[in-house]
Design a protein around this ligand. Structure first.
Ligand code: NI
Length: 142
């Protein structure tokens, strides 16, 4: 008999700014690749983060995970670090990689994987109305 697994997703929002630029490339190359996103003083987004966890339903509570536990992990490990920050300068996650939506989704996964004790299944990051990034962890080859 297999244990039924239920997925739970919860949304969070945080404003932050970033600049798409790398010292590994010349200014001309940065401008060619990143366009106005390379402008020196950065620009902001209202990021929308959806965190999905999965697991068996606890027979006592009826929950996969308590929302308080999920909120606490996301607040302490992501929001307290990212909210209202200039990601390139204020957050060490981006000292060595360009803070693109792809990398932000990956770094958020890395921050939450241990605190969510094996329950994390998916990170979805909406950067704009039209740009959405999804990461399901390193064990899912494309
Ligand atoms: Ni941007």
């Amino acid at each position: 008999m297999t244990t039924p697994i239920v997925h739970l997703s919860r949304r969070y929002t945080f404003p932050a700014s970033h600049r798409l630029y790398t010292d590994r490339l010349s200014w001309a190359e940065n401008e060619a690749i990143f366009g106005k996103c390379a402008n020196p003083n950065g620009h902001g987004h209202n990021y929308r983060l959806t965190v999905t966890v999965a697991g068996p339903v606890d027979p006592r509570t009826g929950f996969v995970m308590s929302l308080d536990q999920l909120d606490d992990a996301v607040r302490r490990h992501v929001l307290d670090v990212y909210d209202h920050r200039y990601l390139n300068v204020d957050v060490e996650d981006y000292f060595d990689v360009v803070p693109t939506g792809e990398n932000i989704a990956k770094r958020i996964w890395e921050r939450l994987e241990a605190p969510l004790t094996g329950r994390l299944r998916r990170i979805v990051l909406d950067e704009t109305r039209n740009n959405q990034f999804e990461y399901t962890g390193p064990s899912h080859p494309t």
